[in-house]
Design a protein around this ligand. Structure first.
Ligand code: SF4
Length: 347
């Protein structure tokens, strides 16, 4: 093979290089192994968002880091939480069963990976995708659309099902031996599990993490947010992840923590304009009232907070502290609201 100069590393190398999208699930690990087995250098990328369920407070994707360590490849993690919001708001190819714009999301991520491929002087990109495994983004037509729209035609290799697609440029040029690629399709993971022995893969998660946009409950909250606040921002999305949600009006929402750890999480998400409530006696949940710029719904928010401090069907009064600006605390006593009021407001 002809020696080539890598423009970024400024080194002369005759070793081909591939960029792998590593979710950390079994499919992406096996795909990386199939490429590494061919003597090709691999660098892994992982894109995390606020919708990923496998991330832990800003530390990136733990599953992908574990997978990269296991197979011995360098990994770069990109947090695209802000950027992906536009994709979620205006998907060209629509949503899946929840509020998941999978095709647009993949196209966005692949465009980012393409930029990285160019910068790093790599020859192609590969993924652990399997034809027919996922209903929205892994149908043949969808996979072709994603490849075309991301500008990766010919540069996107899916080693697990490559033989079910026309050869990519890397195969045509002989960088990758097509005969060593696979033709797996469908939802069963038997083929991939069989390969774990061959590649000595001992530790892998059941699936490649999750996406909250496909979760029914989260999707309902997301839909509510998009209806009433189409120009939503990341703090709005973060608040959707925790607590019980109540729609007070088209512009005002209340979020009540479900347990002690959510008390801390919800308190940490308070913005300067939010009003925060905390049940003091008896001790109970933290709540955040968002959008109430003139103090509307304070009494009702206190009463819903009191309902969860006392528990269902209990009477009495709850002492509640509330404030918009820290240090300017106010107190009120509130009885629990009726159960029907809770149900009417609940998102
Ligand atoms: S499931 Fe979520 S993260 Fe995965 S492609 Fe769909 S929208 Fe993107």
């Amino acid at each position: 093979m002809e020696k080539k100069v890598n423009p970024v590393r400024n080194t002369v190398s005759n070793r081909a290089k591939a960029i792998g999208l590593l979710s950390g699930g079994l499919d992406s690990i096996v795909a990386a192994k199939l490429i590494l087995e061919q003597g090709i250098e691999v660098e892994a990328l992982n894109f995390t968002t606020a919708f990923c369920t496998c991330t832990s407070k800003g530390s990136g994707c733990l599953a992908s880091q574990k997978a990269a360590d296991q197979i011995g490849v360098p990994l770069k993690i990109f947090d695209i939480s802000e950027e992906i919001l536009d994709v979620v708001k205006h998907p060209k190819f629509g949503y899946g069963s929840g509020m998941n714009p999978c095709l647009d999301c993949r196209i966005f991520v692949f465009k980012k990976a393409k930029e990285y491929m160019r910068e790093s002087g790599a020859d192609f990109i590969f993924t652990g995708e399997v034809l027919g495994q996922r209903p929205m983004s892994q149908r043949r037509e969808a996979m072709n659309t994603i490849e075309r729209e991301s500008g990766l035609k010919g540069y996107l290799l899916r080693p697990l099902c490559a033989k079910l697609f026309p050869p990519t440029l890397a195969e045509e040029k002989g960088i990758v031996d097509r005969e060593k690629l696979l033709s797996i399709s469908g939802r069963s993971r038997k083929g991939q599990i069989a390969l774990t022995k061959r590649f000595n893969i001992k530790d892998y998660p059941c699936s490649a993490g999750g996406c909250l946009l496909t979760d029914k409950g989260f999707a309902q909250r997301m839909e509510d947010l998009m209806k009433y606040k189409p120009d939503f921002t990341l703090p709005d999305v973060l608040l959707l992840k925790y607590g019980r949600h109540f729609r007070m009006s088209s512009s005002v929402k209340l979020v009540v923590a479900r347990n002690e750890s959510e008390n801390y999480l919800i308190a940490s998400l308070k913005t300067d304009e939010d009003i925060m409530f905390h049940a003091q006696d008896p001790l109970g949940p933290v709540s955040i009232l968002r959008g109430s710029t003139g103090g509307e719904f304070v009494d009702e928010a206190a009463s819903i907070t009191a309902r969860y401090a006392l528990g269902k069907d209990n009477e009495g009064e709850v002492k509640i502290r509330y404030f918009m600006t820290p240090g300017e605390d106010r107190f009120l006593k509130s009885g629990p609201c009726r159960e029907s009021a809770v149900n009417e407001r609940r998102v």
